[in-house]
Design a protein around this ligand. Structure first.
Ligand code: SF4
Length: 122
């Protein structure tokens, strides 16, 4: 049996959760103030996921970079591959919030979308 401490990131309470686990199964859990903490820990033990907020190059706008994010968290093990795809993007202004920059990035059922209005400068 293994023991591990997690900081729950689901809400601002940031509960410190102590877990005893074995083979991805929770055996004992303390410190969570609500059941969402149990779901969070279970996900972390079996399929940890993260989201990405980053930026891509853009031409023809006032600034050289445009901020983007993922629409859904992706498996932690795939973050590097996703960042490689994001780093390949070159946009041309205008770009609008919600524009899809990469659909279904790396086949992970998450899109990369624009999060900042970028108007074209003449
Ligand atoms: S366990 Fe519940 S109350 Fe605590 S941080 Fe997670 S979601 Fe918030």
């Amino acid at each position: 049996m293994n023991r591990r401490t997690f900081s729950c990131i689901i809400c601002p309470n940031g509960c410190e959760i102590q877990v005893a686990h074995e083979n991805g199964q929770i055996i004992e859990i303390t410190g969570n103030k609500c059941p969402k903490g149990v779901d969070y820990v279970r996900q972390e033990l079996t399929d940890p996921r993260r989201t990405i907020a980053s930026s891509v190059r853009i031409a023809g706008a006032e600034l050289p970079l445009c901020s983007v994010r993922l629409t859904k968290p992706v498996p932690k093990k795939d973050l590097f591959a996703v960042m490689e795809e994001i780093n390949k993007v070159d946009l041309t202004a205008p770009a609008h919030i919600g524009d899809v920059v990469i659909k279904n990035v790396c086949g992970l059922d998450s899109d990369v979308i624009v999060t900042k209005e970028m108007e074209r400068i003449s």
